[in-house]
Design a protein around this ligand. Structure first.
Ligand code: UDP
Ligand code: MG
Length: 337
């Protein structure tokens, strides 16, 4: 009996992408139908467009795409929840309907030619295929330097992040099920996914310039993501602050001895500078330490509320009663590590 063809879902987060979404969806459509004609994927494969609370014409455009193409599914968030939540919503929607999912940005900066190689690795048994960009030439100088510093820092802090891998990746059905067990609010998928285990592979791809529109990753969103990445995966910053505190206390002991010697020798006025320096130094250190601790307490506070990570306003799909796709059964998922 011929093996069942892979049901592939493409997950595309979209935020204010009116300039590119129609042409990108058409290109992805072409790619899917090409793969289907080659017999590589099943006709039940879909493109899932996740509208992350766009304020431009994106919702209207993707609704129109869904109306004309039955393999296009639209998920509309009630507001902007962020790229990571949009990717996760697509993953969780696809979870019980597909064999594998590939997430890709709406601007198609990531080369869709790599999808064939993602599938090759999947067919060879990889459950996770990481797309790793060949160069960062399309990034500005600032983005290049900050992202390299960020990847370096994350690795130093003990997070198994894959350098130059963003969110262009393939996940098998069972990885999606494992991922769905992680209920954390502060989502940093590229740090979380390598901790899941499972056989994995890397595929290198070229990055193109954005065809139209501006980057939706503002500096504020990038800093938020970096902060989520660091504080969701490492408590080392707290250890570093603690160690600085220990050194500072040791230094202040020396300072106290010095101040006492000066005091007993009768030159009390000269202590003024020491006091002022100490006040500023310790005031600053305390603020840093409090801020760092506050970040973790804040995260605990949010996690303890168990708020939903996103709210779906509507789903538009032609698949009324989609049956479960055949799942891979070669080895069991173990998420109880
Ligand atoms: N995006 C999103 N929500 C946001 C910001 C971005 O869904 O709040 C999507 C965006 O539409 C795109 C992807 O995330 O599909 C990557 O964004 P962008 O291409 O602007 O980032 P860059 O390539 O500049 O890092
Ligand atoms: Mg982009």
């Amino acid at each position: 009996m011929a093996a069942e063809k892979t049901v592939l879902f493409l997950v595309v987060p979209c935020y204010n992408e009116e300039e590119v979404i129609v042409s990108s969806a058409e290109e992805l459509e072409k790619k899917l139908s090409g793969l289907e004609k080659e017999g590589r994927i099943s006709g039940r494969s879909r493109i899932v467009l996740v509208n992350d609370g766009s304020k431009d014409k994106t919702p209207k455009l993707i609704h129109g795409l869904h109306e004309t193409k039955e393999n296009i599914v639209c998920i509309n968030f009630s507001r902007n929840f962020g790229h990571q939540s949009a990717v996760l919503a697509g993953y969780l929607y696809a979870m019980d309907k597909c064999d594998a999912v590939i997430s890709i940005d709406a601007d198609l900066q990531q080369d869709i030619g790599a999808i064939d190689r993602f599938l090759d690795e999947y067919d060879k048994g990889a459950d996770i295929v990481y797309g790793v960009r060949n160069s960062r030439d399309t990034d500005g100088f600032g983005k290049k330097v900050t992202s390299q510093m960020f990847y370096g820092l994350m690795r130093k802090l003990g997070c198994e992040i894959i350098p130059n891998h963003a969110d262009y990746r393939l996940l098998s059905n069972r990885v999606l099920h494992a991922l769905s067990e992680y209920k954390e609010h502060n989502l940093f998928l590229r740090g979380l996914i390598p901790t899941l285990g499972f056989p994995s592979a890397i595929v290198h791809f070229d990055v193109h310039e954005r065809k139209a529109g501006k980057s939706k990753y503002t500096l504020r969103k990038m800093l938020r993501l970096a902060s989520d990445g660091i504080t969701s995966f490492s408590i080392k910053p707290m250890h570093i602050i603690f160690n600085i505190g220990v050194i500072a206390v040791a230094a202040s002991l020396v300072n106290i001895i010095y101040t006492l010697i000066v005091f007993f020798s009768g030159h009390t006025v000269s202590g003024w500078s020491t006091i002022v320096i100490s006040i500023w130094l310790f005031g600053g250190l305390q603020l840093i330490a409090t801020g760092c601790i506050g970040e973790y307490i804040g995260k605990n506070y949010i996690e303890s509320k168990q708020r939903p990570r996103y709210i779906i306003e509507s789903i538009e799909s032609c698949d009324k009663n989609l049956k479960l796709a055949p799942q891979r059964t070669d080895h069991e998922t173990d998420i109880n590590r």
